[in-house]
Design a protein around this ligand. Structure first.
Ligand SMILES: C[S@@+](CC[C@H](N)C(=O)[O-])C[C@H]1O[C@@H](n2cnc3c(N)ncnc32)[C@H](O)[C@@H]1O
Length: 262
């Protein structure tokens, strides 16, 4: 019970801080600050009680230590995706001083591409999405972090919009199975196109893997986020594509990424 009470209090603080457009630390340091828009806060509390995610109410979500603008047009960035960013930095860092290019496929809010642009200041990026409205959010975030000149946002299916091969391709594509999605109310607020990976959750990943050889430069790599159920794709990719395919687990030991080196 204490845990639930603390969680509720923390959410309350988070919403009040977002409503006042200040940071959580600032709110906690100055609890005497008056609430300026009670109507909005009351509406948020009601929507939250009906299950609306905090990030869609506050339009904020932290990812890799930075805050991104989020709304219903995009998936809410998940902490587990930070592993993909960490691995991408490890792969790119020894080589990024040259002409190093990265593609982020299914960019959503842009959280992966923008974080990589900020962590690897000389790389060039392409970020694609099938959803034009998701790209509007990604562009806004890129502008807020002043990296819009280094990321080219492109609308289209998987790798179709890319102008040519890249050194590193990263993707957090939809990988939830349609059946699981149908019975899961906790993600009902998020765009279906950002989650639905077909019958076994692997439809898009399989399609992407088959396209990869034409889109990776020599000594290039790909990093794909997966759920536990899609780890079979590593063996499938090894068989169909060759190269070196590795499954990278998360801190809980669950398969979380497939890394492919040409
Ligand atoms: C799981 S979300 C990931 C969003 C973001 N990269 C992140 O990690 O928070 C998947 C994204 O892939 C996009 N998407 C779905 N099908 C696609 C396709 N065929 N080609 C390109 N993007 C696609 C969705 O619109 C969505 O933005």
């Amino acid at each position: 019970m204490a845990g639930i009470a603390l969680g509720v209090r923390r959410e309350g603080h988070f919403l009040v801080a977002a409503g006042l457009d200040i940071g959580l630390a600032d709110l906690l340091a100055h609890p005497e600050r008056p609430i300026t828009d009670e109507v909005k806060l009351q509406r948020w509390l009601e929507e939250r009680a009906h299950g609306a995610p905090l990030a869609y109410l506050s339009h904020r979500q932290d990812f890799f230590g930075r805050t991104f603008f989020i709304d219903e047009r995009v998936l809410i960035p998940r902490p587990e995706t930070e592993l993909l960013v960490e691995e991408a930095i490890l792969l790119a860092q020894p080589r990024w001083r040259g002409d190093f290019t990265i593609a982020d496929i299914g960019t959503g809010s842009g959280c992966i591409a923008i974080t990589l642009a900020l962590e690897l200041p000389h790389v060039r990026l392409w970020a694609t999405d099938l959803s034009a409205s998701a790209l509007e959010v990604a562009r806004r975030n890129a502008f807020d972090y002043a990296v819009e000149s280094r990321i080219t946002f492109l609308e289209g299916d998987l790798l179709d919009p890319l102008p040519g091969p890249v050194d590193l391709l990263v993707a957090n594509l939809p990988y939830v199975s349609s059946a699981w999605l149908a019975g899961e109310p906790s993600i009902a607020f998020e765009p279906r196109q950002a989650l639905d990976g077909g019958e076994d959750g692997a439809d898009l990943l399989r399609r992407l893997l088959l396209l990869l050889p034409s889109y990776l430069r020599s000594s290039g790599s790909a990093l794909l986020e997966i759920g536990e159920e899609q780890s079979f794709l590593a063996g499938w990719a090894q068989e169909h594509l060759g190269g070196t395919v590795t499954v990278i687990p998360d801190l809980a030991g669950k398969p979380r990424l497939i890394r492919l080196r040409t």
